[in-house]
Design a protein around this ligand. Structure first.
Ligand code: UTP
Length: 288
């Protein structure tokens, strides 16, 4: 079985639900407490053993490439002033040479189209997809949990979790061949099913292990829900050829793609922050 070495991070969406905040700052760069969302995602990928991160970016997203590069003047100033803690924090997210690639999706035609744009850089090997607006907090990195499952069953693996009551119509929902333990064979999936028609309450929460055959299917994938080329639709076609498993991971997900999710993530991460946690608790309590 080929190992999972590469992760595709689609970051070319418009972030409509978090406008106007995401107008000039890509939504994936919005801060959670003291660092951009992408900083947490890269840490999760590294903890899962990912060797190469492939960003699918778009117009107005240059801040992402700049974040993962040196800022010569800032670093020189911090070093000159002896602010070594801050300098270390600034340098911590920098990639090793060649660890990151950037490819442009020239117009946001949907998640499936964004993933397809990474096909040449991924090549002929299994790969991870990490949706950067889904912040997933867990003791063992959620993507590492997915790779553990992949190493056990092979094929394709999607990370799932129970959707909040009445919200199954917001996500991709899986159908299972029985539900025993956390890792189950899938029989289907559907993007944003109307309430009452969902095949389960489990939604695909933003981490995938996919086989490279998905790219061929994406190349002629018709538009689906919302007039976009949906990754879920191509995965349904791949399921006719290869097994898919759904992993109910252990951890908590914060959907930072909308305003309340972003706020929840900020509060939760502030309360858990090793240095700021206590002060954050006091500040939040004082507001209630
Ligand atoms: P979302 O649907 O959550 O992102 O896609 P969005 O389109 O930016 O959100 P809204 O609905 O306008 O608020 C999940 C991830 O896929 C990326 C997004 O950047 C996000 O990180 N994406 C989505 C692309 O890269 N390209 C697309 O065409 C669509």
């Amino acid at each position: 079985m080929k190992p999972v070495r590469k992760a595709v991070l689609p970051v070319a969406g418009l972030g409509t639900r978090v406008l106007p905040g995401a107008k000039t700052t890509p939504k994936e760069m919005l801060n959670i407490v003291d660092r951009p969302i992408l900083s947490y995602i890269i840490a999760e990928g590294r903890a899962a053993g990912i060797e190469h991160f492939i960003f699918v970016t778009g117009r107005g997203k240059q801040a992402i490439e700049d974040y993962f590069d040196h800022h010569i003047e800032m670093e020189a100033q911090l070093a000159a002033k002896g602010k070594t803690d801050i300098l270390e924090a600034v340098l911590a997210d920098l990639p090793k040479p060649g660890e990151m690639s950037f490819v442009r999706q020239m117009s946001p035609q949907g998640l499936g189209h964004a993933v397809w744009c990474a096909r040449d850089i991924v090549g002929d090997e299994p790969f991870a997809v990490m949706l950067p607006d889904m912040l997933m907090h867990a003791e063992r990195a959620p993507l590492a949990q997915a790779i553990d499952a992949y190493n056990q069953v092979g094929g394709n693996v999607v990370v799932v979790e129970p959707a909040p009551e009445g919200e199954t119509n917001k996500y991709g929902i899986v159908a299972l061949d029985g539900r025993e333990g956390r890792l189950n064979r899938m029989t289907g999936m559907v993007e944003k099913p109307p309430l009452g028609t969902e095949p389960s309450n489990l939604f695909i929460s933003g981490r995938y292990i996919l086989q490279p055959e998905i790219f061929n299917l994406l190349s002629d994938q018709a538009k689906g829900a919302g007039g976009e080329i949906q990754l879920t639709d191509a995965m349904v076609r791949l399921m006719a050829l290869e097994p898919f498993h759904a992993l109910e991971y252990e951890g908590t997900t914060y959907d930072c793609g909308d305003k309340i999710g972003l706020l929840r993530a900020n509060v939760a991460y502030a309360l858990q922050h090793p240095e700021l946690g206590q002060a954050a608790r006091a500040a939040i309590t004082a507001l209630l």
